[in-house]
Design a protein around this ligand. Structure first.
Ligand code: NAD
Length: 487
């Protein structure tokens, strides 16, 4: 049997260099959203397991080899982990698709290369993080050291389970921190597998720990733990707010990557064929379960009717399919709750006065699974709930606008500020609108592109701190000022 068809092994916790069961012996099931079938059982971390993982990470940081290792050696190990992810690309991609329901095309062609890319890119930074010498007084020698924070807890969402491991762990480890990763209970399998590969790469025990379990138990224990220096969280706004309050007790540093309701603005002077393709993938890539999804499409009035009808036609052609089929471009939503939430949100849009021009229904594949049609709601008013609240599914709200000022005002009139898109052939307009948008990312004549070298994170209610790029290294390190009296 080929590796990609092998049965999925039982998932374990990765603590202090070993794959172990939970101290309580408890396990939970992980299910395939496309079929409803059980994939395997996974050890369920309790607060006691999280404590073991944090203590192991603490020991590996304080007295252990990671922080004191030559940066070039750390770089070598991280590069090797990137190589191992690529060497197991088919296996990891399949695990992700089984666990999450996303098309194998996305897991294999986008997610795996991104994870490997993170370990490769940030391995290069291990040798390049430096402090400054400063000209304060000739009688003194004053300089800064850029030091790791210590133990970093990473709490991950279910929509990009493996990518988030790369985003959070790679820069933290490159900077000399140790990590405890808490994957979402819905999708623990790839984080565990990457944890095993980290050990195979030679990353020392205690440096890379994985504790799958419930948010209210394992996540909460990680946030409350006094030996954790920082929490990097990606997930919903409500849980992010709760973490922020809880972290205050131990004065933990935080990076919060929360939700979005990102505007994608199409001006009449754009390359409309490209904008149409971009508007479609902006919302339907990742089944719309993407924090950065271009879920509010703002279209200039002079092209509005024609654009909406072409968009609806494209959406109707995007039929959900078996996520393991390489041709599938729209997979299954994460679970029934999410499916019902998404269907309910599109219904509520119609009740509020939006016009349903495509989709809106459940679309089982082989008679089962949590699949929803690609859905387009036209004539949405920006104050409607479907324009203001994150739906996190394949539902696009299309909003007409007139001119640059109206576009910018509507784009910014929302709680969130994660991402945005601008489609125009006018270079000056593109840059002026980019400056005016209150969002952490602006894509011009493109959408949903990511690279380990480009920072990503929120303005406003979408959170603070950055993942990726050189900018995120500031969030994984702290600065020490050293003063030496030469007199
Ligand atoms: P969620 O907030 O329900 O869960 C995220 C993680 O937090 C999970 O691991 C969960 O177990 C854990 N958690 C839950 N309660 C906790 C608690 N009390 N203490 C500590 N941890 C706890 O989010 P989700 O449903 O998994 O993911 C979807 C959300 O994530 C969406 O809102 C989406 O916009 C957001 N998201 C944001 C980004 C970004 O970069 N901004 C990226 C992906 C997803």
């Amino acid at each position: 049997m080929s590796e990609t068809l092998a049965p999925v092994r039982r998932g374990k916790l990765i603590i202090n260099g070993e794959a172990v069961d939970a101290l309580s012996g408890r396990t939970f099931e992980t299910r395939n959203p496309a079929t409803g079938e059980r994939i395997t059982d996974v050890a369920e971390a309790g607060a006691d397991d999280v404590d073991c993982a944090v203590r192991a990470a603490r020991a590996a940081f304080d007295g252990g080899p990671w922080r004191t290792m030559r940066p070039a050696e750390r770089a070598r190990l991280l590069w090797r982990l990137g190589d191992l992810v690529l060497a197991h690309a088919d296996e990891i991609a399949r695990l992700e698709t089984l666990d999450n329901g996303k098309p194998i095309f996305e897991s294999r062609q986008i997610d795996v290369p991104m994870v490997a890319g993170c370990f490769h890119y940030f391995s290069g930074w291990a040798t390049k993080m430096a402090g400054d010498t400063t000209a304060v007084n000739p009688a003194w020698f004053t300089y800064t050291l850029r030091e790791p924070l210590g133990v970093l807890g990473a709490i991950l969402p279910w929509n990009f389970p493996m990518i988030m491991v790369g985003w959070k762990a790679a820069p933290a480890l490159a900077a000399g921190n140790t990590v405890v990763i808490k994957p979402a209970a819905e999708t623990p399998l790839t984080a565990i597998r990457i944890g095993e590969l980290a050990l195979e790469a030679g990353i020392p025990p205690g440096v890379f720990n994985v504790v799958p379990g419930r948010g209210s138990v394992a996540g909460e224990a990680l946030v409350r733990h006094p030996l954790v220096d920082k929490i990097s969280f990606t997930g919903s706004t409500e849980v992010g707010q709760h973490i922020m309050r809880t972290a205050a007790d131990t004065v933990k540093k935080l990076t919060l990557e929360l939700g979005g309701k990102s505007p994608n603005i199409v001006f009449a002077d754009a390359d409309l064929d490209a904008a149409l393709r971009g508007a479609t993938s902006a919302i339907f890539y990742g089944k719309g379960e993407v924090c950065a999804a271009g879920s509010r499409l703002l279209v200039e009035k002079s092209i509005y009717d024609d654009f909406v009808s072409r968009l609806a036609e494209r959406a109707r052609k995007l039929v959900p399919g078996d996520p393991l089929d390489p041709k599938t471009r729209l997979g299954a939503l994460i679970n029934e709750n999410q499916m019902n939430h998404v269907l309910g949100a599109s219904e509520s849009g119609v009740k509020e006065g939006a016009r349903l021009v495509a989709g809106g229904q459940r679309a089982p594949v082989g008679g089962r699974g949590t699949f929803v049609q690609a859905t387009v709601l036209a004539d949405v008013d920006n104050r409607m709930r479907v324009a203001q609240e994150e739906i996190f599914g394949p539902v696009l709200s299309v909003i007409p606008f007139e001119g640059v000022d109206d576009a910018v005002a509507k784009a910014n009139d929302v709680f969130y500020g994660l991402a945005s898109g601008v489609w125009t052939r006018d270079v000056k307009k593109a840059h002026l609108v980019s400056r005016a948008l209150r969002a952490g990312t602006v894509w011009i004549n493109m959408y949903n592109f990511f690279d380990p070298g480009m920072p990503f994170g929120g303005y406003k209610g979408s959170g603070f701190g950055r993942d990726l790029g050189a900018a995120c290294l500031d969030d994984c390190t702290q600065v020490k000022s050293v003063w030496l009296n030469l007199e």
